[in-house]
Design a protein around this ligand. Structure first.
Ligand SMILES: Cc1cc2nc3c(=O)[nH]c(=O)nc-3n(C[C@H](O)[C@H](O)[C@H](O)COP(=O)(O)OP(=O)(O)OC[C@H]3O[C@@H](n4cnc5c(N)ncnc54)[C@H](O)[C@@H]3O)c2cc1C
Length: 443
């Protein structure tokens, strides 16, 4: 049995790992377009400053990534975020600490007295009767009110999805929250019943010594597969019950193919065998986002915290600033400090695509306006993602049901990536594990 996996991000590698766990004798070839593996998990080391181009880590509130780390023998790489990371800030008209307790919530200037009363009133809001999809904005306005949605949910969705509350489906992007309403009748009721004890937005933020690329290398080394980098798959074609993978006019036949590529790439690769499926994949929207890493040899700001997110109402060009060297101490050499500034997203998509010089200047201006940092960085690094994070817009789940129904037409062909059922690393790992199980069960 010969299996091809296209795409060497976390989804492709996880799918390969779990197929190999169950069927060690299967021959897997993994094709990756770039010269190195990782996709959106890529660390750049510049003079000892570690800049993450995409993902910084994962939350320990779900078991999936932690299990993969342990099963692949990468446990000694695990790096727990420092206690600083528990303190988060929101920039509205000024910088405010995100309240972590009921007492702090009562005191926060982020909401007016009316806004706080409206949040407390959530307990009396009846649950939605039907299962129809709605935007995060509509969900937020209905359950916790406009003020809370604009001050808390808006920056949060910018930080996780690079999206805005009116452009994202709550059912697809935050299924756990929708479940709380459905099962318990409301968010407070649900949270009280579940007695959630974990800190922060759920669990502890974890990463890897030396950055996320260290884990990608360890995961890839843990399995006996054939990895072909600098190999962009152009298209696939049917060959009886099998598939031909075509790269630069060269053809190789496989029994099974798993596409772990972004949806728009999968659309191109599949166009010849199913134009309908290809259109459905192309219809999945992506948000552009740029990441600017700033490294300082000396910085007076103490950076005690995880970082900040801005509200749309603040009208700042930056979506947020992550205080990376405070979260994971090895991200900068001794006594030096590093920040990562996020720009663009659905809030201001054109900003994400500015030139590197302009993005660097926006980042420098952003840290001055939001944090009062006047010092200039000694080092900077810009990563532009034209299509960074899938944006699960209204109706996403319904469209995914149809898309995966259409995929059934093609026995032996599978899709695993962040485009469908979750963008976080835990989702990518959990969903890829499911795809691997399906592949094995259909062998
Ligand atoms: C700026 C940013 C910050 C993020 N921060 C976090 C975070 O802190 N925590 C978190 O949990 N998640 C975060 N995420 C999300 C998370 O990183 C991604 O959802 C996840 O890494 C996606 O993995 P993937 O394997 O599905 O896709 P990708 O990483 O996109 O991998 C797809 C791979 O396919 C390859 N490819 C494309 N076309 C072809 C082709 N034709 N042939 C062969 N190969 C091809 C690509 O080169 C790539 O390596 C972040 C994302 C971004 C962009």
């Amino acid at each position: 049995m010969k299996i091809a996996i296209v795409g060497g991000g976390i989804s492709g590698l996880t799918t390969a790992f779990y197929i190999k766990q169950e069927k060690p004798d299967v021959k897997i070839t993994l094709f990756e377009k770039q010269s190195s593996l990782g996709g959106k998990m890529m660390t750049k080391n510049i003079d000892g400053f570690l800049f993450e181009e995409g993902s910084n880590g994962f939350l320990s509130n779900k078991p999936d990534t932690l299990e993969l780390v342990k099963e692949s023998g990468s446990e000694e790489l695990l790096l727990r975020s420092s206690d600083n990371a528990r303190v988060r800030f929101i920039y509205k008209e000024a910088l405010h600490q995100l309240p972590e307790s009921a007492k702090a919530f009562l005191k926060t200037p982020l909401l007016s007295v009316f806004g706080k009363l409206r949040v407390a009133g959530e307990i009396f809001i009846p649950a939605k009767k039907d299962d129809s999809d709605e935007t995060l904005q509509s969900f937020g306005y209905r359950r916790v009110g406009k003020e809370m949605t604009d001050a808390f949910l808006d920056p949060m969705v910018a930080g996780i999805f690079a999206s805005t509350p009116d452009k994202i489906s709550v059912n697809s992007a935050f299924p756990a929250v929708v479940k709380l309403e459905k099962e318990y009748g409301g968010l407070f009721k649900g949270m009280m019943k579940k007695k959630k004890k974990e800190a922060g937005p759920g669990g502890v933020l974890m990463s890897f010594k030396g950055g996320v690329s260290a884990f990608i290398a360890s995961l890839a080394n843990s399995m006996d597969i054939d990895i072909k980098t600098n190999s962009a798959v152009d298209t696939i074609e049917k060959n009886g019950a099998n598939y031909d993978i075509i790269i630069d006019g060269k053809t190789e036949e496989f029994d099974r193919v798993i596409l772990s590529t972004p949806a728009y790439e999968s659309a191109k690769i599949l166009r010849k065998i199913d134009s309908k499926l290809s259109r459905m994949l192309d219809d999945i929207e992506y948000s552009p986002i740029s990441v600017v890493g700033l490294g300082y040899n000396e910085l007076s700001h103490d950076l005690k915290g995880f970082g900040l997110l801005t509200t749309s109402s603040a009208k700042k060009e930056v979506l947020g600033v992550l205080w990376d060297s405070s979260i994971f101490t090895d991200r900068a050499p001794d006594d030096k400090k590093t920040l990562r500034v996020m720009i663009g997203g659905q809030r201001s998509p054109t900003l994400a695509l500015k030139s590197e010089e302009e993005l660097k200047n926006i980042a420098i201006k952003g840290v001055e306006e939001t944090m009062g940092i006047k010092e200039l960085p000694n080092i900077s690094y810009v990563k532009k993602w034209k299509k960074g994070i899938p944006n699960y817009r209204l109706g996403h789940l319904e469209r995914m049901t149809k898309l995966f129904e259409q995929l059934k037409e093609h026995k032996g062909l599978y899709l695993s990536s962040n485009a469908y059922f979750g963008v976080g690393l835990n989702d990518c790992v959990g969903n890829s594990k499911k795809v691997a199980k399906k592949v094995v069960s259909e062998m």
